[in-house]
Design a binder for this molecule. Structure first.
Ligand code: FES
Length: 61
């Protein structure tokens, strides 16, 4: 996965930012949202964000 790939444009959140949150223990969309704000403005990225979280969690497992 490209860590520089942008997932949330409203808050400039990349795959790398999400990966960092997952490494520090976040596992749910809600946790990632409260840590990074990703997906909390236009919400256009929520599906992409959830898919990214799932992929990163699968990678970590
Ligand atoms: S692109 Fe993520 S909230 Fe708008």
């Amino acid at each position: 996965m490209d860590l520089n790939q942008k997932i949330c444009y409203c808050f400039n959140v990349t795959v790398g930012d999400i990966k960092k949150e997952i490494e520090s223990g976040s596992t749910t969309l809600q946790e990632i949202q409260s840590e990074t704000k990703a997906g909390t403005a236009c919400k256009g990225c929520v599906k992409r964000l959830q898919e990214t979280i799932d992929a990163l969690l699968a990678e970590k497992a």
